[in-house]
Design a protein around this ligand. Structure first.
Ligand SMILES: Cc1ncc(COP(=O)(O)O)c(C=O)c1O
Length: 453
């Protein structure tokens, strides 16, 4: 007799947590030895496992363990790993041609992705886009465009910011360890302003913005500012949602100063926060918007989209790169965007928030070590403090993350103080997997919150 089961299967992967060995298993341990001998020690890894297959909300490793994915490869596989339409379009494209370089002989996919970006990003004005490979590369290009347009140099960034690991973006990123330590000197003309961090500063958006604005006036001078660059929700910095009013005040300041307001939506974009872009939650319209990660379902692609007069102010040949907007990545992006539209992944992100936030709030009440539950859509985090001192507790955060990993849930940490546990599940994750992940997270807090871990 066969037993009927309703467990969904995506791309031959059962959407079910299943551990056959301890994490890591023997095959992963073997590969880890080769990795240590072959791969630079400078490249980190959150889990010491090696993957053979992944689909939907499950990642399968070489030992046959199926883990629940609460990280999406850092906010990338929002449509789920190996999503059908992404895979089909990439296969079709790879059979036709793999590369021509858009700057040499052009192809329609690049234009179609730019059209989609122009259509989906906030604002009804005329827009243009340009495509790149990584978030950092796109941030750099947004700054290049802003400088060319304004003929000014100063770039304003914020505390807790993360914009990438290239030289310019390292300078724009706030946290020194591990991103900047020993890699300087960094580019000049970068000015860091205080970010609205409601759980820490207790200020309203208007109050926090007034402080940043007064500092910009005094320390830089509005007339020298080329760009104000900000993540609408600080990602690596700890999923910090600025107090309402902070972002609109900065947009107004940028407009008045004739500076370019750049939203870095590399992590927050493409349905992740329950809108196409996080800027929409406060109705702000950035002059330029930077996208990457979730745009292409796992293939490397990034974009800068913005006002036509700004994007077109650059001399011909000033933007580009050999692989920017590679045809495979464009095909993947078109599959990814079609999936988001057809499956209404904006609604799915909001649903994930409605499941996660009440449950995490319960865990906060029970454990007494969560100072803040925050985020939007499927970009949710908890900030962890010591139960006695109420100070950020990175050791406990690390211990809970390890507990989750050992029990088959891939979670990530973040935050300037290393005390944020962040959740970025694929938007297609089933409720069963989501609830099971939350059960394991709850058990981790119950076991470790008051222990010596
Ligand atoms: C907000 C933000 N900007 C830029 C980047 C850099 O993107 P990439 O790693 O693709 O260079 C990231 C990556 O985490 C990010 O979260």
């Amino acid at each position: 007799m066969t037993i009927e089961t309703s467990t969904p299967v995506i791309n031959d992967v059962r959407q079910e947590l299943h551990l056959t060995t301890p994490i890591p298993g023997p095959m992963s341990i073997e590969l880890q030895k080769r990795r240590v001998d072959a791969v630079s020690a400078g490249v980190g890894a959150t889990l010491p496992i090696f993957v053979t297959k992944a689909a939907g909300g499950i990642v399968v490793d070489v030992d046959g363990n199926s883990l629940i994915d609460m990280g999406s490869g850092i906010a990338v596989t929002s449509v789920g790993n190996s999503a059908t339409e992404v895979v089909e379009r990439v296969i079709a494209q790879v059979q036709n041609f793999t590369h021509t370089c858009f700057m040499v002989t052009q192809y329609e996919g690049y234009v179609e992705v730019c059209e989609a970006l122009n259509r989906l990003t906030p604002g009804q004005h005329a827009k243009r886009s340009a495509l790149f490979n990584t978030g950092a590369e796109a941030v750099e290009n947004a700054v290049k465009v802003a400088r060319a347009y304004t003929q000014r140099q100063a770039v304003v960034v914020f505390e807790h910011a993360y914009h990438g690991r290239t030289n310019l973006t390292m300078g724009m990123t706030a946290k020194v360890m591990p991103y900047k330590h020993s890699f300087g000197p960094f580019a000049p003309e970068i000015y860091r302003m205080p970010l609205s961090y409601p759980a820490h500063d207790g200020l309203s958006g208007a109050e926090a913005a007034a402080i940043a604005i007064s500092r910009m006036d005094k320390e830089i001078g509005a007339e020298n500012i080329a760009a104000i660059v900000i993540e609408p929700i600080a990602g690596e910095g700890g999923f910090i949602v600025p107090a309402l009013g902070f972002l609109p005040a900065l947009v107004k300041y940028a407009n008045d100063a004739k500076a370019v307001f750049i939203a870095d939506e590399v992590q927050t974009g493409f349905c992740r926060t329950g809108n196409w872009f996080a800027s929409e939650h406060e109705g702000i319209v950035p002059d330029l918007i930077v996208t990457a990660k979730g745009i292409a379902g796992g293939l490397p692609l990034a974009g800068v989209t913005g006002r036509a007069e700004i994007m077109d102010s650059v001399h011909a040949g000033g933007l580009g790169g050999t692989y920017g907007g590679n045809p495979l990545s464009c095909a993947a992006a078109l599959g990814s965007i079609a999936t988001m539209e057809k499956e209404n992944l904006i609604a799915k992100a909001l649903h994930i928030e409605s499941v996660m936030v009440p449950r995490l709030t319960e865990i906060a009440d029970e454990s007494g070590v969560i100072a803040d539950v925050r985020g939007r859509g499927a970009m949710i985090a908890v900030e962890i403090v010591n139960h006695a001192t109420r100070k950020p507790d990175s050791a406990l955060t690390g211990a809970i993350a390890k507990y989750c990993h050992a029990h088959g849930v891939i979670v990530l940490t973040a935050g300037t103080y290393g005390n944020v546990l962040r959740f970025l599940p694929p938007l297609v994750i089933s409720d069963d997997l989501l609830n099971q992940a939350l059960d394991i997270i709850a058990a981790g807090f119950a076991e470790l919150a008051h222990s010596d871990h």
